[in-house]
Design a protein around this ligand. Structure first.
Ligand SMILES: [Zn+2]
Length: 319
């Protein structure tokens, strides 16, 4: 019997134990070579782009010969102004990518022996870097679209006579949101958070390229996209798939996001729903590459991503 990819040794090229055994110098070298791949790890000034920099080895900082700017291996990246050792940041990324359903900040704080607040922001910085990879792209070819509700749970009252019809709008909290997904078969997964599924139609029109074939369910608001695209519809109350049409890839994405909600975070809603949705899209799209490659991909995205406006100094502003 052919073994599943995830059980093969090829899927397992990263070991957390190996990351944790790194010395400070090895972690520093790993960061350098991932950040400055084009020069094989030699520093490039983040301010002026100059290739000639002095290295102060003992303090692991650099100084640009052109403009005199002093910088570290994380300056100007999403890990700027870090206090955590480089090795621990690498370990955090390794732990993060290994969690197929996502990873809880509380658990990360226990793993790394750091404050919950530190782990929370670190995980969100990694999410932001992963999401930035997807943000600009369009998709084409065979595209599946669908939506699913998250958040706004209404707890039923204790006594039966006090219970209300939770499907009615007056009894809802107004916090329920819809994640709309557009997934290219054998390609990328893009997500969007909207108050209703119908409000996700403009997102589909904006991200799916002309000439694509779109697979959707029978919900009436998807009729609007039939004017632009060759559209195939599947009636889920009758069947989940026909030889012509199914939205099973979109459902797989929702399955992963739902498992992250139920199994890991217990609650995914509010303003961070979009971040979790994009994280799960990244995991879904990269599920068939080895964890070592996922680690490199995530680390290089993070080091190519500028200082986070949302997450830098988050607790100074919020707490
Ligand atoms: Zn410079």
């Amino acid at each position: 019997m052919a073994s599943h990819f995830l059980l093969s040794a090829a899927a397992r090229t990263l070991s957390l134990a190996r990351v944790m055994r790194m010395t400070d110098d090895q972690a520093f070298d790993a960061f350098r070579s991932i950040r400055w791949t084009e020069t094989d790890g030699d520093a490039i000034c983040p301010r002026c782009g100059c290739f000639e920099c002095y290295t102060f080895k003992a303090r692991r900082i650099f100084k640009c010969r052109g403009c005199g700017h002093q910088f570290s291996v994380t300056s100007g990246t999403i890990f700027a102004s870090r206090k955590m050792p480089l090795r621990d940041i690498l370990a955090a990324i390794a732990i993060f990518v290994n969690g197929a359903k996502g990873y809880a900040a509380l658990q990360l704080s226990r793993d790394l022996d750091c404050q919950y607040k530190t782990a929370f922001v670190l995980a969100h910085k990694i999410r932001e870097a992963l999401a930035a990879e997807q943000a600009a792209s369009e998709i084409s070819g065979e595209v599946e679209i669908d939506g699913a509700y998250f958040g706004g749970y209404v707890k039923p009252a204790n006594r039966r006579e006090d219970r209300v019809d939770r499907r009615r709008k007056v009894h809802q909290t107004g916090k329920r949101q819809v994640v709309v997904v557009a997934r290219e078969r054998a390609g990328e997964t893009l997500t969007h958070v909207a108050p209703t599924e119908a409000a996700g139609v403009p997102f589909v029109l904006a991200t799916v390229k002309d000439g694509s074939t779109v697979h959707a369910d029978e919900a009436a608001h998807w009729d609007d996209i039939e004017r632009r695209f060759l559209t195939k519809r599947i009636n889920h109350s009758v069947e989940y798939s026909t030889p012509e049409c199914n939205t099973n890839q979109a459902e797989s994405f929702f399955s992963r996001l739902r498992r992250a909600e139920i199994g890991i975070h217990h609650h995914i809603a509010g303003r961070y729903l979009s971040a979790y949705a994009m994280e799960m899209a990244w995991r879904e799209d990269n599920r068939r590459i080895s964890n070592g490659e996922q680690f490199l991909l995530a680390t290089s995205s993070a080091l190519a991503h500028p200082v986070s406006r949302q997450w830098k100094g988050y607790w100074q502003r919020t707490a």
